[in-house]
Design a protein around this ligand. Sequence first.
Ligand code: NAD
Ligand code: DAU
Length: 348
Amino acid sequence: MNLLITGGAGFIGSHVVRRFVLNYPNYQIFNLDALTYAGNLENLKDIDSKENYNFIKGDINDMPFISELFQEHQFDGVIHLAAESHVDRSISDPLDFVQTNVVGTVNILNAFKSCNENNFEGKRFYHVSTDEVYGTLGKDGLFTEQTPYDPRSPYAASKASSDHLVRAYGETYDMPYVISNCSNNYGEYQFPEKLIPLFINNIINNRSLPVYGDGDYTRDWLYVKDHAIAIDHIFHKGKNHETYNIGGFNEWKNLDLVKLLCSLMDQKLGRAKGSSEKLITFIEDRPGHDKRYAIDASKLNKELGWTPSVTFEKGLSKTIDWFLENKKWLENVISGDYVEYYQKQYTQ
Ligand code: NAD
Ligand code: DAU
């Protein structure tokens, strides 16, 4: 099988690429990534000399290049992760999100469609999406696969749009597809613009911890390797034209999570109890901040037997250890453009 994974140099993509390269030596894995600020080949250093791994630097917005790539390799499967992924950046630059997440996805769909000439026997298009397409929850309830779409940030709207387009290609051209909508991931190699790695880095450097609003927002956290396992199950055993929600059964209010992180960091850094918590600073809220996300992942559990393999406390502890042991990786990604981004986002 020739399998294309887009966005494989990013956070989740690198875990998916590693899993497929190591577990399926008879597949040729092609990692297509534009290496934006979020893409980093350091994430894959341990597997990049494997015989079944191929890296291709390229932009999903470059249609002539994408068409040629599909004609050359005749991919049997696509796992599409390439996207702009950070909500805050989508608030300042929505058009970048429409371009990559919507138009880029249509480019990949078109290339897959034309190189198969509408005969998709044995082929599969897997679109990796987010729970943010469902909008926001009140105190109760969970997002199920039947929850109506109600995206509320430019990022969420661009992902919702790409989901609709994948389903439209499924109906119109009979393209075999699966979609998964996952909750918040955390783990090794996550870019420190997202809550957990940002705060780990700030605690290491004794910088303030910028909590949006009053911190009374809830997210459902999943260890990234468990997401990669879920993607493996769905790619191989999921039913065509179906959607699967993926979540951690693990809701945390932001402020409680930050306090847990502070106490684990105090222990691991040998600092006095309570010292990291003193860095917490409440800052202006994110515009349109979704109150609560929580996923009902029972379909994936019942139909494909998937369940998260690590508890949040264990996953978080492993994640912190990784960041403490990989300071060089962290230093490399927080230089250059990151400094400018940080100042723009957090200096009010
Ligand atoms: P990320 O930002 O870490 O990585 C995105 C990758 O896509 C990067 O390697 C980047 O270089 C690449 N990319 C961006 N634009 C590209 C382009 N035009 N052409 C080719 N490559 C391009 O993102 P992530 O957090 O790993 O998320 C991966 C996917 O999973 C996204 O589709 C995201 O919407 C989805 N998702 C993320 C989460 C999460 O918690 N991070 C949860 C659910 C779903
Ligand atoms: O739910 C899945 C989504 O999770 C993915 O689709 C996105 O790609 C991913 O970025 C993530 O989106 P969030 O907006 O939930 O993640 P983020 O880490 O940016 O924020 C998590 C929560 O923490 C959110 O309520 C905002 C808050 N926050 C975040 C940052 C960066 C802060 O309070 N302060 C911060 O500095």
